[in-house]
Design a protein around this ligand. Sequence first.
Ligand SMILES: O=P(O)(O)OC[C@H]1O[C@](O)(CO)[C@@H](O)[C@@H]1O
Length: 537
Amino acid sequence: MSWRILADHADTMQEQHLAQLFAADPQRFESLHCECGPVLFDYSKQRLSEQTLSELFGLARESKLNDWIDRLFSGEQVNCTEGRPAMHWALRLPADAECVVGEENITAQVHEQLSRMEHVVSKLHAGQWRGVTGEVVTDVVNIGVGGSDLGPLMISDALCDSAVPTSSRLTVHFASTMDGSQLSQLLRELNPHSTLFIISSKSFTTIDTLSNAETARHWLQRTLGDKSAVLHCHFLGVSSAAAKMTEWGISEENQLQIWDWVGGRYSLWSAIGLPIALTVGMGGFRQMLAGAHLMDEHFKSAPWECNLPVLMAMIGVWNTNVLGINAQAILPYDGRLKHLPMYFEQLEMESNGKSVTRDGEPVERNTCPIIWGDVGPNAQHAFYQLLHQGTEAVTCDFIMPARRYHEAHDQPMEELASQHELALANCLAQSRLLALGDAALKDPESMPAYKRYRGNQPSSTLLLDELTPYSLGALIAMYEHKVFVQSVIWRINPFDQWGVEMGKRLAVDTLARIRGEREDLEGVDSSTAGLLRRILG
Ligand SMILES: O=P(O)(O)OC[C@H]1O[C@](O)(CO)[C@@H](O)[C@@H]1O
């Protein structure tokens, strides 16, 4: 029923260009933006009206959104294919919050691991973590992939301005690629005597991570010898599989725990976020948790009309399923957020890239759009041409902090401030031009066709007061909950990722052929067989 109403309503909306919507209502921004703590969400440049939202809320009611939000926050097994709850929100609860699921006191477990993390962070920052030969550890390498890499990497970079000075002058590095290229580059520069590795893997079975971990172990042992003390002094593990960490050789006191109920792409709030805490200190890490908790509470209790994750999700549904816009660009106007698009690609596409409902039926409508992005000003010189004059409709998320640069380190303050202003101006100019097209320009009719702008490309702007652990925590939690709301509307499970499993199994079989352990090419398609023959000479 709601879908039909939305389709009818779309017929009217499609007739109106964004330029007309803005011209008709000078107060459009006032009625179509919303705030939660440090995040302002402006959706006035989306192709919708207040009536659209009320029709979308009809769909949310029909989909029993509030019941699903209750299920998520009561620890029900919302991840039905794996029989697990999804409780990343519990990682952000303050120590005095009560959260008991079954027999388990979740808050107590979470805060015990936070204390253990704190111990590790203080020891490393104070220069008290020593390698096997007594040298102070100065370099930490996080080995992980997917959620065990992207979140920690993205946030550590984003919060570089909040980095705490440490007496050990600690540097945190990341290695994820299974071909070993990132790690071997690092190993050329690092000193085995003063390097610590974090093996970060929820499952502790991911071949990418385990093969890099093996390489790191051999690198250390070639210089430091084959004694168990080398493993003890140079490896930490973060996983939900304690026995596997022990079997690999990580001593129990160097193990940090996460739980089955934290999905990999939702895990940066747990000990998987250790590299973040090493960068911004435990104080900064707790601020990030507090920002996310603020968004959790807002999501649970704010009316839909001013609920940021719900609004963002329903606008996404409107774009994808009613306006037929199947591409979304993530465009941060701040170089510190360069990994944010990649992080959201995993969060959204691994969660909602599904075509079977919770009941095992084929979905009736499109699910997650294709998401990509880059630092906005750089992307202006790369793919914005398509946004402005191509044939595809794309919705964009512009993300930027309003303020930056309180302290100038080595550069004059005015120089830094003026570069920030430049980025802000470009962000506002681009979203304006995308929305209004020629209407944003003077005398467009005099221009040749190839210089004209169609406009009507929808976008949202997420304005943070500043980029801090608190505001970034709130922003990421907002997107997490948006993904959940959309999964409810699309009736899919956002917490599993079966689509990535079969590829891993086929790779095992292919590897046996590449290594000559299996010579026949029986059952292999001609393309793969031809490429294998060429590789094997
Ligand atoms: O932390 P793990 O278990 O090594 O998994 C890494 C990544 O691999 C995936 O399972 C996909 O293969 C992601 O969901 C996950 O973030």
